[in-house]
Design a protein around this ligand. Structure first.
Ligand SMILES: [Zn+2]
Length: 443
């Protein structure tokens, strides 16, 4: 099972100064910054996915600047992502259209010919056909029942595009492996799409529209699709938001999936921000400690504008919290004392009140409990990755892109290890069975 990381310019500044809290003045983002595989010294994934929608162009506003998008086209995906070194040669580069960026349009803005050319020109190893996301998923529908007029139209567009895309890829003798994207409004309609894609000639399918679905719904789709296609057909899950639940997807024979989840969770989850390997095949999660920049945090700034706090008081509380955390890391401060300084600064942030007015609030009590668990365990000291060794306690502090993305990159490393352990477990299972089967054969 391959773990493909969906990138959206997720790099950090290796020269970032945590104490001064800034990058060198001469820093040029992209050029000076490091991708996860550069800062860790190895790739914490089996490949990278780049969406056309993230690159962007005159029709779809992407995340790349115009000059970055030009460079991407000019030098190709591998060089742009700085994966053009021998040690990264085995990494796959998946491309898709980023259907979420044109979800409101009646039709996708790209033609199959244009996308095939884009993948080929930019040196992708795998390219997904031009799909159109279907909403209103209903797990209970049987056969081709249900599906709004719009869903059916998008279903037809996706299949038509897949047919054209495969034809174009073959005609240009493309170097990339084409993936036919499955869209549907129910498990059975997806299975029908999958069957038709295989009939067109695809042997690698990508399941689209999975982002809003819950794990049991995704499993129903996989089950229906697996029944409809040959065992040799490979399956990829596009935008797998349930990546932490991957161990429960054993048996569905997923070849690959892409996700940003381990990176994003570092700064978008309320509780589970820092990963460590857990007991057996599980992951353990820790809450990172929020110490935002007093003069940059929008919520704190609003509170200052409303006259609830003075900016200089917030800056003082912020410095006390950061100082206490660093002293704690050096064993020069007690846990409860450190926690107190953090919570005093958390009160304006979470409750918009001074700490003495809300210190018994349920929100602060929950926060205290989670922060106490993090500080007690000191998880950043339990990880030997380069990020945790270099950043120490700063990796667990929720503050600015350089700390938050570093924590996300650490999570990628832990997650990749997690996937490998799951795969190893799966590899062991059949051979465990072998002695019994040999015995049965002898009898
Ligand atoms: Zn680490």
């Amino acid at each position: 099972m391959k773990f493909i990381f969906a990138d959206s310019l997720d790099y950090v500044d290796p020269a970032f100064d945590f104490i001064a809290d800034r990058s060198p003045a001469e820093r040029q983002p992209y050029w000076d910054d490091a991708y996860p595989h550069e800062i860790l010294g190895y790739a914490p994934y089996d490949g990278v996915l780049v969406s056309r929608g993230i690159v962007g162009d005159h029709r779809v506003k992407g995340k790349y600047t115009a000059s970055q998008a030009r460079r991407f086209r000019l030098v190709g995906a591998r060089k742009f992502l700085r994966l053009d070194k021998p040690e990264f040669a085995h990494l796959e580069i998946f491309g898709d259209c980023g259907a979420f960026t044109y979800v409101q349009d009646e039709r996708p803005p790209y033609t199959p010919a244009e996308m095939a050319e884009f993948y080929d020109e930019c040196g992708f190893t795998h390219g997904a056909s031009v799909d159109h996301i279907i909403f209103d998923f209903d797990a209970g529908l049987v056969g081709m029942a249900g599906g709004s007029a719009e869903a059916r139209q998008r279903f037809d567009i996706t299949l038509e595009n897949a047919e054209g895309f495969l034809r174009e890829a073959r005609a240009m003798d493309a170097d990339f492996t084409p993936l036919g994207v499955v869209q549907g409004w129910s498990p059975d309609s997806m299975a029908d799409a999958a069957r038709r894609l295989v009939a067109m000639g695809y042997d690698y399918l990508a399941l689209g529209g999975m982002v809003p679905l819950k794990s049991p719904e995704i499993k129903l789709c996989l089950e229906a699709i697996r029944h409809a296609v040959p065992a040799s057909t490979r399956l990829h899950i596009l935008g797998f938001a349930k990546a932490d639940d991957i161990d429960s997807f054993h048996g569905y024979d997923i070849s690959s999936f892409d996700t940003t989840s381990p990176l994003i969770r570092a700064f978008k989850d309320a509780k589970q921000n820092y990963y460590l390997p857990g007991d057996g095949l599980a992951l353990r999660y820790f809450t990172s400690i929020r110490v935002p920049q007093a003069i940059e945090n929008p919520k704190l700034q609003r509170a200052v504008k409303k006259g609830m706090f003075r900016a200089e008081d917030l800056v003082r509380l912020e410095a006390l919290a950061l100082g206490a955390l660093r002293a704690f890391d050096r064993d020069e401060a007690e846990l409860e004392e450190t926690l107190h300084h953090v919570l005093v600064y958390s009160a304006p942030l979470f409750e918009e009140k001074p700490h003495e007015d809300c210190k018994d609030s349920p929100t602060l009590a929950r926060l205290a409990q989670r922060y106490r668990a993090t500080l007690t365990e000191r998880p950043w000291k339990q990880c030997s990755c380069k990020i945790c060794r270099d950043a120490a306690i700063d990796v667990i502090i929720f503050r600015g892109s350089n700390r938050n993305k570093r924590r996300g990159i650490h999570n990628l490393a832990v997650y990749q290890d997690h996937i490998e352990r799951l795969d190893l477990k799966r590899a062991v299972e059949p051979s465990d069975d072998l002695p019994r089967r040999l015995c049965a054969a002898e009898q």
